[in-house]
Design a protein around this ligand. Structure first.
Ligand code: FMN
Length: 328
C-alpha cells in the first residue's frame, strides 16, 4: 500500500503527516523536473530528504536520458532512497516537451531513460506510468517488458490511458495482463479509496501492491489505515471531527513555520480538502479562504476544534493527530 506522488501536495510536511499513521513506509516526492537538479541548484523539494524519519523516493521527469541520469545521481546524493520516473503526467506543460506521459508514445526513448538512470544510481529505479497514450495505441505489456529489460525494478500503473485523463474507471484487469507478463513487482493504481477497493483491485490484477492518490487529499491517514486493514491489524478508523480539525491546524502551523506568511496560501487547498464533509466545515472553509491573517486562521481552527465532536476522554497518548504544536 503506497501513497501516490501528488504534485503540490506530497511535500515534506504532508509526508510527515502521512507517517503519523504509516510509520516508516516508503513515500515519494511529487515530480521534480530533472533540469532543476542539473544545474547544481539543490531543489527545494529535496531539502532535508535524508533527515526524514523514513525512506523517500524522488520522482523525476524529463525526456533527456543524460539529464535524467544526472538528476538521479544528485537526488541519490541528497538522500533519495529510490528514483521513480514519471511517465504518466498528462499536464501539457510536461508532455509537450516530451516528458511525463509523452514517453508512452516513444517506448524506445522511455527505455533509454530507464537504462541511463539505472546505470547512474545504486538505489532502485521504478517507473510510474499509465496504460498508454490512447486506447488504440496502448500496449502496456510491450512497454512494461521494455522498461523491465532496461532496468526498472518496479512498475506502478495507473489503469487509464493518457487520453482518458480521469474519465471512466481505472482498468485493473489491464494491469493484471502486465503483471502476468513481467517478473518485476507491479503496483496497481487508480480509483482505490477503501480497503475493499484495494482488495478487489488486488484480486483482479494480481498486483503486488496498490497505490492511493486522490483518496489521500485532506486525509493523510488513508495509507496507514489501509495498510492496517489489509494486514489484518486493527483499523485505526477515520479520525473524529475534532481530531481532523486539530490535524488541519497542525498542517497550517507547519506550513507557516516552513514558508512564513506564504504558508497560508499553500495551506488553502489542503484546508479545503480537509474540511470537506465535516459538520460546520463549509462556513469555516469560507472564512479560512477569505482571511489573509495566519493568526486568525489558526484561531478559527482552534475554536472549531474546541467546539467539535470527538473531544478525547482521558488520555490522548498514542493519537497520531496530537503533536506538540496542537497541544500548545
Ligand atoms: C493533484 C494531483 C497531483 C498529481 N501529481 C502527480 C505527480 O506529481 N506524479 C505522478 O506520478 N502522478 C501524479 N498524479 C497522479 C496520481 O499519482 C495517481 O496516479 C492518479 O491520481 C490515480 O490514482 P487515484 O485514482 O488513487 O487518485 C497526481 C494526481 C493528482 C490528482
Amino acid at each position: 500500500m503506497l501513497q501516490a506522488p501528488l504534485a503540490g501536495v506530497t511535500d515534506r510536511i504532508f509526508r510527515g503527516l502521512v507517517r503519523r499513521w504509516a510509520g516508516d513506509t516508503l513515500l515519494f516526492t511529487d515530480m521534480v523536473p530533472a533540469s532543476r537538479l542539473e544545474d547544481d541548484r539543490s531543489h527545494r523539494k529535496l531539502a532535508g530528504l535524508g533527515d526524514e524519519p523514513g525512506p523517500v523516493g524522488v520522482q523525476l521527469f524529463d525526456h533527456r536520458p543524460e539529464a535524467m541520469a544526472e538528476a538521479a545521481r544528485r537526488a541519490e546524493a541528497l538522500g533519495a532512497a529510490a528514483i521513480d520516473i514519471n511517465m504518466g503526467c498528462p499536464v501539457p506543460k510536461v508532455a509537450r516537451r516530451g516528458g511525463g506521459s509523452a514517453l508512452l508514445r516513444d517506448p524506445e526513448l522511455a527505455a533509454r531513460i530507464v537504462a541511463a538512470v539505472a546505470a547512474a544510481v545504486t538505489v532502485p529505479v521504478s517507473v510510474k506510468a499509465r496504460l498508454g497514450w490512447c486506447e488504440t495505441s496502448a500496449d502496456p505489456v510491450g512497454l512494461a517488458l521494455r522498461l523491465q529489460n532496461a532496468g526498472a525494478r518496479r512498475l506502478t500503473l495507473h489503469g487509464r490511458t493518457r487520453r482518458q485523463g480521469y474519465a471512466g474507471r481505472a482498468d485493473w484487469a489491464a494491469i493484471g495482463a502486465v503483471k502476468r507478463a513481467v517478473a518485476i513487482p507491479v503496483i496497481a493504481n487508480g480509483d482505490i479509496s477503501t480497503a475493499d477497493d484495494a482488495r478487489r483491485c488486488l484480486a483482479l490484477s494480481g498486483a503486488d501492491g496498490v497505490m492511493v492518490g486522490r483518496a489521500t487529499l485532506g486525509a493523510p491517514w488513508t495509507v496507514g489505515r489501509l495498510q492496517a486493514q489489509l494486514a489484518g491489524r486493527p483499523d485505526p478508523g477515520e479520525p473524529p471531527p475534532q481530531a481532523r480539525l486539530l490535524l488541519a491546524r497542525d498542517h497550517l502551523e507547519l506550513l507557516l513555520q516552513a514558508h512564513g506568511p506564504h504558508g497560508l496560501l499553500i495551506a488553502r487547498r489542503h484546508l479545503g480538502w480537509a474540511l470537506a464533509g465535516l459538520p460546520g466545515g463549509a462556513p469555516l472553509r469560507a472564512a479560512l479562504m477569505q482571511t489573509g491573517e495566519a493568526n486568525l486562521a489558526l484561531a478559527l481552527l482552534t475554536r472549531a476544534a474546541a467546539e467539535a465532536d470527538g473531544a478525547p476522554q482521558g488520555s490522548t497518548d498514542g493519537q497520531p493527530w496530537r503533536t506538540s504544536s496542537s497541544e500548545k
